[in-house]
Design a protein around this ligand. Structure first.
Ligand code: SF4
Ligand code: SF4
Length: 321
């Protein structure tokens, strides 16, 4: 597994990262020992770049996986917070340091900056990130986003170290303001950001599972994008980790396709109270009210990203598979 320098941050990251969301409560909800074992397997095989977030609730898996790990100095952990508030961002960094049992979190982001104007709205949180960097609590700061317009905005800034954008070869989930965006526009924004020294790693290259049937094509597209250092992938078991190594090493059989045919999102109609929080939360407009006034998912639009599940006050949303 090759490592590349993540732009001006100078951090060395493996060309494939482990998106820890997949094993945690918002997606597969693996038992702690089982999820940590999958993660540890990937770490031992040489994937040393991990993506998590405050609201994924996956810090315990990482902490458990790192017990006795032989190369902690090679690890680059990304975490992020949805907050706009300065004190809340400082608290989010402290929470990550405490729960991950690490003095320094290598990368900390504003999580899911939504459109032009959201970055400005979250200025206090951004300043808290800059302050944490000056204090040495984090090494690099930036944003994650599904929005082309945000990626373009970040590409102009000298205080952004890293950018974590959504891109895939079918343009699934890419946004421009409140409209769909294109992979071409996002690729151009990525290239511009990288040319300006920003380290870029990509998310949802498999469209959140929607284009798993195009596994090799989708991953090859993202890995070849100019300016992309690494791609984050979710792994639910050790066999999936083995397959990505085979792909990177060129030995994966050309007709390989992961069997995730059963993966889907479900709203338990017996539990749903029709509050609408999930409908507002979904970036892909995949949730709607049915004739009973309860939430239901449109499987053609759902990327199984899991973003809606944590906002449900009655835990009516589950991802199966
Ligand atoms: S319904 Fe929307 S937020 Fe929920 S998993 Fe699907 S795409 Fe993500
Ligand atoms: S957040 Fe939960 S209770 Fe509210 S509409 Fe969505 S599924 Fe139903």
């Amino acid at each position: 597994m090759r490592s590349l320098t993540l732009g001006r941050s100078g951090l060395l990251v493996t060309e494939i990262g482990f998106g820890v969301l997949t094993i945690g409560p918002a997606q597969l909800n693996l038992p702690l020992a089982e999820g940590a074992a999958v993660l540890r397997y990937a770490l031992d095989r040489g994937i040393h770049f991990l993506d998590t977030a405050q609201y994924y609730r996956t810090y315990p898996y990482i902490c458990q996986a790192l017990k006795g790990f032989s190369a902690p100095e090679k690890l680059v952990i990304v975490s992020k917070s949805l907050t706009h508030d300065g004190a809340a961002m400082t608290a989010a960094i402290e929470e990550a340091r405490r729960e991950l049992d690490r003095d320094v979190i290598e990368v900390f982001l504003l999580h899911e900056v939504r459109h032009d104007g959201d970055f400005e709205y979250r200025q206090a949180a951004w300043e808290a990130l800059q302050e944490a960097k000056i204090k040495g609590l984090v090494k690099a700061v930036g944003v994650s986003t599904h929005h082309v317009d945000v990626a373009e905005q970040m590409a102009e800034r000298s205080d952004v170290d890293v950018l974590f954008p959504l891109i895939n070869h079918r343009s699934i989930g890419i946004r421009r303001a409140s409209e769909p965006g294109t992979k071409e526009d996002m690729a151009a924004a990525i290239e511009k950001a990288a040319a300006g020294g920003i380290g870029v790693f990509a998310m949802k290259v498999l469209g959140g599972g929607v284009i798993l049937n195009e596994y090799q094509e989708a991953i090859s597209y993202a890995r070849a994008l100019p300016g992309v250092c690494s791609i984050m992938l979710g792994f639910g078991n050790t066999a999936e980790v083995d397959r990505i190594f085979e792909l990177v090493e060129g030995s994966l059989t050309p007709d390989y396709q992961p069997d995730l045919s059963g993966k889907h999102l479900q709203v338990d109609q017996g539990d749903c109270e029709g509050c609408g929080l999930c409908v507002q939360r979904c970036p892909n407009h995949a949730l709607f009210y049915n004739e009973n006034g309860l939430a239901e998912v449109n499987p053609d639009l759902c990327m199984t990203c899991g973003y809606c599940a944590p906002v449900c006050p009655v835990r009516a949303i589950v991802i199966i598979g």
